[in-house]
Design a protein around this ligand. Structure first.
Ligand code: KIV
Ligand code: NA
Length: 276
């Protein structure tokens, strides 16, 4: 196998095969995610709380994002790797935005970038057009966009007014503008299922849902939520294993072994070269 490209992703979509994406923030987890066979890995700004120990996504810097993305690229062979542009790294000017998007490609070796668009968001649509023209593939992101949490009043589910609401109309229109601007996939986060379904049916690019129900063209989850790593995960995710428990048990066993003399043994010690 070789690394997935826009063509592999497009082909899966055209063949009606659901697309899979997980986040990763470092090489060892990315390697396992890659071996598990996902189509795409998103180096999310969710690194803020899932990897870097911040409260949320807001404080993540370009240097951190680029460093995490480079590690994920080094750890993987097949997955298409997307660098998530952190808050404040785009939108100040075209120049600033292009320079930062280019860092993901040049310094980290990413295959694409992702950025968030608020409903109707003109600025990011222009950026996406420019990035696409320059050869930087872009994944769009609509619905609950965590970088807007100070306006949304937190992680509030979007589109509760229903699929025929003004909000849903605007979301569809924005999705279509993003499609025209050239996004290759579109993340829809935390909208009602009916709204996500309507958006998915309104565009001819693959939609990738998180907390967006059953009718998107693919699914994305935060890898920590899938692995039970780092405390309580997203309530609408699915936890396949509880690594917190497994790791905690392993660590206390190590502590117990050292304190009670079971580790190290002779097998864990170097002998002089001429021994035996
Ligand atoms: O940062 C992230 O993990 C994301 C996904 C939830 C889509 O943006
Ligand atoms: Na994100």
């Amino acid at each position: 196998m070789s690394r997935n490209t826009l063509r592999t992703i497009r082909k899966r979509y055209e063949d009606d095969e659901p697309l899979t994406m997980l986040t990763a923030y470092d090489a060892p987890i990315a390697r396992l995610v890659d071996r598990g066979g996902v189509d795409m890995i998103l180096v999310g700004d969710s690194a803020g709380h899932n990897h870097l120990g911040y409260e949320d996504t807001m404080p993540v810097t370009m240097d951190e994002a680029v460093s995490n993305t480079a590690a994920v690229v080094r750890g993987t062979e097949n997955a298409f790797v997307i660098g998530d542009m952190p808050f404040g790294s785009y939108g100040a000017s075209m120049e600033q935005s292009v320079e930062n998007a280019s860092r993901f490609m040049k310094e980290a070796g990413a295959d694409a970038v992702k950025l968030e668009t608020a409903p109707g968001g003109e600025t990011t649509i222009e950026l996406i057009e420019r990035f696409t023209e320059l050869g930087i593939p872009v994944q769009g992101h609509l619905g609950l966009t965590p970088q807007h949490m100070n306006q949304l009043g937190g992680a509030v589910v979007q589109g509760r007014e229903g699929p025929d609401s003004e909000y849903a109309d605007l979301l569809v229109e924005t999705a279509q503008r993003l499609e025209e601007a050239g996004v290759f996939t579109l993340v829809i986060e935390a909208t009602t299922e009916a709204v996500a379904k309507r958006v998915s049916e309104s565009v001819d690019v693959p939609t990738i849902g998180i907390g967006a129900g059953r009718y998107t063209d693919g699914q994305v989850l935060v890898v920590n939520d899938v692995l039970g790593l780092g405390g309580e995960g997203y309530s609408l995710a699915k936890e396949y294993v509880n690594l917190d428990e497994i790791i905690e048990d392993a660590i206390s066993e190590f502590v117990g072994d050292v304190r009670e003399g079971r580790f190290p043994t002779a097998a864990n010690a170097y002998e002089p070269m001429d021994a035996e």
